[in-house]
Design a protein around this ligand. Sequence first.
Ligand SMILES: Nc1nc2c(c(=O)[nH]1)N[C@H]1C(S)=C(S)[C@@H](COP(=O)(O)O)O[C@H]1N2
Ligand SMILES: [Mo]
Length: 405
Amino acid sequence: MEIPERNKSKLRGPKTYEEEPRRDPSLQINSKEPFNAEPSPFALSRSYITPEDKFYKRNHGPIPVLMDPSTYHLVLTGLVEKPLSLSLEYLRQLPKHVVTATLQCAGNRRTEMSTRRKVKGVGWGAAALGTAAWGGARLSDVLTLAGVPHCTRATTLGGRHVEFVSCDVCKEEEGGPYKASVPLLHATTPEADILLAYEMNGKDLNRDHGFPLRVVVPGVIGARSVKWLETIIVSEFECQGFFMQKDYKMFPPSIDWHNIDWQSRCPLMDFPVQSAICEPRDGIVVENGTMVNFRGYALAGGGRGIERVDLSVDGGKTWLEAVRLPREHFPGEDHDPQRPNWAWVLWELKYIKVCPPVDVIVKAVDSASNVQPQSVDEIWNLRGVLNNSWHRIHILAPPPLVSNL
Ligand SMILES: Nc1nc2c(c(=O)[nH]1)N[C@H]1C(S)=C(S)[C@@H](COP(=O)(O)O)O[C@H]1N2
Ligand SMILES: [Mo]
């Protein structure tokens, strides 16, 4: 694949961490280089649309640099009739779609999984997700420009997968870029809402989140939403990169590093039904009979909405149904209640009497009646992905003022 000089993008993936952007100091840093950080659960649940500075950041290398956006070109090539090189300006002239979608890392809540049995990977609390209004061109529309019609399973040249290639330098790829793919049918289905996004919450994407252009694959683990997109390749096979073949796969609890066969599993795509308590924080101390406000999130992959959220303030003996906060619509958003639901539900329950010490638990049900597993034991896996077990926090009683010696 020879790209003419004039169509070469000036997007650059540095090898060192000297050109990192500024970040909100309130983020909890899980790894400094590469930069991986999440907000506090409390901050996360304050707003339906997550502000960019509070949005979790998941990187595998230094953040790419683009000095002049007019030098950027996206190359679309491979098994298509009309390979293309598209400037940012051209992409901005295509019909713009604004899709509110929650991005969630497959490693969200990994640290909890490790408490049972150690897992490998960056530790994450329950805030490795966020909801943004992503604005950009639809991938399905861009593919039609290359001669691939909507809803195509295979191109005339035999292409069946759409691979997204970045320009960042990742050690897992031995210095190569981050990449991932989705099946061609998914990529060419307009209702799947896969975007080539240049905006996040009405502003140009910032560097941390993929400036100037990123993929957003709604309803699917964050790992497939490639940032700093440089090339799209339509190919016969699924992407063979590390993050598709040797990571982001889920194994049964019986598999460990000595008996793993990576080829035996599919790359993860849709994420399962998930929920967590964001307020109050785990471990708070309250007097017996205190009225407490609870708030959190629930979401489902694959465009399935949330049917119900159950909360127990007595360790799972009885359950209350949480109230969903109104879904906010971002100005200009594509909105049709008949269409798939890509975004989370924020829920709350107010003035609930608690009798500590007690465990408060949340679990959600999605629109296909899928439920969350009760504990981490059933879903433990060596990479610590997709922990969607019932989420618990502990509410503690104050220490006694007088006690026997
Ligand atoms: N180029 C590139 N794209 C990437 C990654 C990366 O390291 N490099 N990380 C992926 C992972 S694992 C996740 S969860 C999301 C995180 O997106 P965010 O940092 O915008 O929240 O980006 C995905 N896209
Ligand atoms: Mo991720």
